[in-house]
Ligand binder design. Structure first.
Ligand code: FE2
Length: 392
C-alpha cells in the first residue's frame, strides 16, 4: 500500500510546532495557578521532603474570628436557614450547615469511619498521603455512607436541604463524583490550595460551578487539629478573572472552625486544602463532591461498588453513582442512548450489565455478518435482554 505523505508521523511532526497547535496559548496558559504563585509566593505548597516550615505560608493561619485580616468580616456561620446558606455560598464560596447530622448520626458516621481506618491499617492497606490517612470508596464500608450518598435523612438529617441546593447549582440529575474520608494526621503536611474543578482550568465557569463539594465534619475542627484551609471568597476572584485570567494578590487562608455534625457546602472554584494538624490525635473529614450528570466521576463506581451493595441499591443510589445511563453518559453497547437519565428509567438501567459481569454471564456483541452461525446469532447477548427488560 502506498503511503500518503501527509498522513505520516514525520510529516505531521514537521507541521506541528507549537505555533501550529490548535488553541495552544489558551490551553497551555497554566492559569490561574501560574499567576497565583507568581503574585502570592506564600501560596506555594511545602516541599514534603523537608520538615514543614512556619511563617509566611498559607498553612500558618488560624480561624476567621481570630485572624488579623478576617476578624471583622461576616464570614459564614453555621446555619440551618436555606436562604442564609444560599447567601453565604454565593458570597463566600462556602456555607456551613449546622447540625446537618444529628448527634446520633454523627457518632454512627464517625465510629464506622474510625473503625474502618483502624482495620485498613491492620490489613496494611491504609492509604497514607502526605497529609494523613485517606479512607476511600466509603460506599463499600458501611451502610451509613451509602445512605449519605443518597442524602437519606436517616443518615444525614439535612439531606433534603443539601439536595435542593445541589439541584439549584448543578442542575437536577447531578451525580456523586466520589466519597472518601480525608485524614489530617499529626505531623502531616498541608495540601496545596486548589480548586476542586481545577482540572477544567484554564476555563473558569463564569456563572455557576461545575462541581460542588459537600464536606462531612464528624468531629470538631479548629485551628489546632487541622480545620480545613479555605480562602473565603476566592471563587469570586476566579470568576472576575475569568477563563485564562490572571490572579493578583489573594487574601489569606483561614482554618475552618466547625462543630461535629456540620456539613460544609463549597463551590468547585473555591481555593481550599487540608490543613496541618497540630494536635496529637488524627482528624477526619469526608468529602463527597458532586458533578453534572454527564461528567466522568472521580470514583469509578462501575468497577468499585461491591456486588451485594449494587444488587440492593435503590434506584436513587444507582443514579447517584452514575449507574443510570443517559444519552451523553455511561451508555453500554448503545444501551442508554435516548434515555432520560431520570431515576429508575428502564432505558438507562445499566446495573444489569454489571450484575451479568459479576455472575460471569456478560455477553458482548462481537463480529457478526451474514456468514455468522445460528449459534452466534441467537446468543444470549446482554444488550438483547436489557432491551427486552425495557418492555416489561
Ligand atoms: Fe479539594
Amino acid at each position: 500500500m502506498k503511503k500518503i505523505k501527509e498522513f505520516t508521523q514525520d510529516y505531521i511532526d514537521q507541521n506541528s510546532s507549537n505555533e501550529n497547535h490548535l488553541f495552544y496559548d489558551f490551553l497551555h496558559s497554566k492559569e490561574p495557578y501560574q499567576s497565583i504563585f507568581k503574585n502570592n509566593p506564600w501560596m506555594l505548597p511545602p516541599d514534603i521532603k523537608k520538615p514543614l516550615e512556619w511563617g509566611d505560608h498559607y498553612w500558618d493561619t488560624t480561624v476567621g474570628r481570630k485572624h488579623q485580616y478576617w476578624k471583622d468580616f461576616e464570614l459564614p456561620k453555621p446555619s440551618k436557614d436555606i436562604n442564609q446558606i444560599r447567601e453565604d455560598f454565593l458570597e463566600w464560596g462556602f456555607a456551613l450547615i449546622e447540625d446537618a447530622m444529628s448527634k446520633e448520626q454523627t457518632s454512627r458516621f464517625l465510629n464506622r469511619l474510625l473503625e474502618q481506618a483502624e482495620g485498613e491499617k491492620l490489613a496494611k492497606i491504609e492509604n497514607i498521603t502526605p497529609s494523613g490517612q485517606y479512607v476511600n470508596t466509603l460506599i463499600n464500608k458501611g451502610e451509613v455512607f451509602a445512605q449519605c450518598i443518597e442524602q437519606n435523612p436517616e443518615a444525614v438529617q439535612a439531606g433534603p436541604l443539601i439536595e435542593q441546593l445541589l439541584n439549584e447549582s448543578l442542575g437536577k440529575g447531578w451525580i456523586c463524583h466520589s466519597f472518601l474520608a480525608n485524614g489530617a494526621d499529626p505531623g502531616g503536611y498541608p495540601q496545596g490550595l486548589h480548586m476542586d474543578q481545577g482540572p477544567l482550568s484554564p476555563w473558569i465557569t463564569q456563572e455557576a460551578p461545575a462541581l460542588v463539594n459537600t464536606m462531612y465534619i464528624p468531629q470538631d475542627i479548629n485551628e489546632e487539629n487541622g480545620g480545613t484551609l479555605v480562602i473565603p471568597g476566592s471563587h469570586r476572584i476566579m470568576i472576575e478573572a475569568g477563563s485564562d485570567g490572571q490572579i493578583g494578590e489573594l487574601p489569606p487562608a483561614i482554618n475552618l472552625e466547625a462543630k461535629a455534625g456540620t456539613i460544609m457546602l463549597f463551590d468547585g472554584r473555591l481555593l481550599h486544602g487540608t490543613a496541618v494538624n497540630k494536635s496529637d490525635k488524627p482528624r477526619f473529614v469526608a468529602t463527597m463532591s458532586n458533578v453534572k450528570s454527564w461528567m466522568r466521576t472521580q470514583e469509578n463506581w462501575v468497577i468499585s461498588v461491591a456486588p451485594e451493595i449494587l444488587k440492593n441499591a435503590s434506584p436513587k443510589l444507582l443514579h447517584r453513582i452514575g449507574l443510570q445511563a443517559l444519552t451523553y453518559g455511561s451508555t453500554i453497547e448503545g444501551f442508554g442512548l435516548g434515555a432520560s437519565g431520570r431515576i429508575g428509567d428502564k432505558w438507562g438501567a445499566i446495573q444489569q450489565f454489571r450484575v451479568a459481569y459479576d455472575e460471569g454471564n456478560y455477553q458482548r456483541v462481537r463480529e457478526l455478518s451474514a456468514a455468522s452461525t445460528q449459534e452466534e446469532l441467537s446468543k444470549d447477548y446482554t444488550v438483547r435482554s436489557a432491551r427486552k427488560n425495557t418492555k416489561e
